[in-house]
Design a protein around this ligand. Structure first.
Ligand code: IPD
Ligand code: CA
Ligand code: CA
Length: 270
């Protein structure tokens, strides 16, 4: 397909921003006041009244402006049009475990996939009031200032980030070996607990690279646009084109991409 014209993408970006700010206000209001924290299925996979209320707020904005678009939201699933022409991928609270413990690292993440390709991404951190936005061809910003990925040239100069999915107790493919391996070859590997923030931080150069498995589309749809529009690279672990539905992503400043990919494949060949 041909990409929508820039002015159309700008409209999507602005409405996504309105939705993310609305969700973020809900998260600010519930901060420190949670009464209902439940496990969704797997141990440690939490949902709270803040996740649900943020999602209601985000969906209200998107449905009002785009009643014919499809929606894939973490807490309520698929709704709207059942075509893939326009699909909003929404995580109303990315970093629920952090949020439930009042550890201030969480965000609202909203991505728009047009015919399966992420074209617009907004990640909003209401605690720090940091708004990360990008649309294909329009660049990436943090609080309206342009952002770029870092300059690190090698893994030994890099600070990375990763995460461990909720199925980590049930699989040996739980990323522990990769974490140890890369910890020995870099300046450090962080584990923030918010995939969308990890991608936003790669986009703005605070981190040099990120990898993770076991993700959902709503965790990464927005962030991949941020990283690519900030000059970085996003792929599968083996550097082939990323498939969001695989739940695996490698995102870097571009300069360390081949090196990080080859270290990941050394630990666990595909
Ligand atoms: C989680 C976070 C975390 C990642 C998990 C995700 P949630 O999202 O993004 O960083 O390691 O795989 O599920 O559950 O807080 O929305
Ligand atoms: Ca998430
Ligand atoms: Ca979530």
């Amino acid at each position: 397909m041909t990409s929508p014209p820039p002015d159309q993408l700008q409209v999507f970006l602005d409405i996504a921003t309105e939705a993310a700010l609305s969700g973020g206000t809900v998260l600010q209001n519930y901060w420190g006041k949670l009464e209902n924290v439940q496990e969704k299925g797997r141990p440690g996979d939490l949902v709270t009244e803040a996740d649900k209320a943020s999602e209601v707020a985000v969906l209200e904005v998107l449905r009002r402006h785009f009643p014919h678009h499809g929606i894939l939201a973490e807490e309520s699933g698929r709704s709207g049009e059942q075509t893939d022409a326009y699909l909003w991928a929404i995580d109303p609270l990315d970093g629920t475990t952090n949020y439930a413990h009042q550890y201030p690292c969480f965000a609202v993440s909203i991505g728009l996939l047009i015919e399966g390709i992420p074209q617009v991404g907004v990640v909003f951190d209401p605690f720090r009031q940091e708004l990360f936005r990008a649309a294909r061809g329009l660049g990436a910003t943090r609080n309206r200032s342009a952002i770029r990925v870092s300059q690190a040239q090698t893994l030994s100069q890099s600070l990375l980030v990763t995460g461990f999915a909720y199925d980590r107790r049930e699989t040996s493919d739980n990323n522990y070996a990769e974490f140890c391996h890369l910890t020995h070859r870099t300046q450090g590997v962080r584990r923030s607990g918010s995939a969308s923030m990890d991608l936003a931080y790669v986009a703005c150069g605070r981190l040099d690279g990120y990898w993770e498995r076991g993700l959902s589309i709503w965790d990464i749809a927005a962030g991949v646009v941020l990283v690519e529009e900030a000059g970085g690279r996003v792929s599968a672990y083996d550097s082939s084109p990323v498939v969001l539905a695989s739940g695996r992503v490698l995102a870097t400043n571009g300069r360390i991409h081949t090196e990080l990919s080859s270290e990941l494949l050394q630990v666990r060949p595909l």
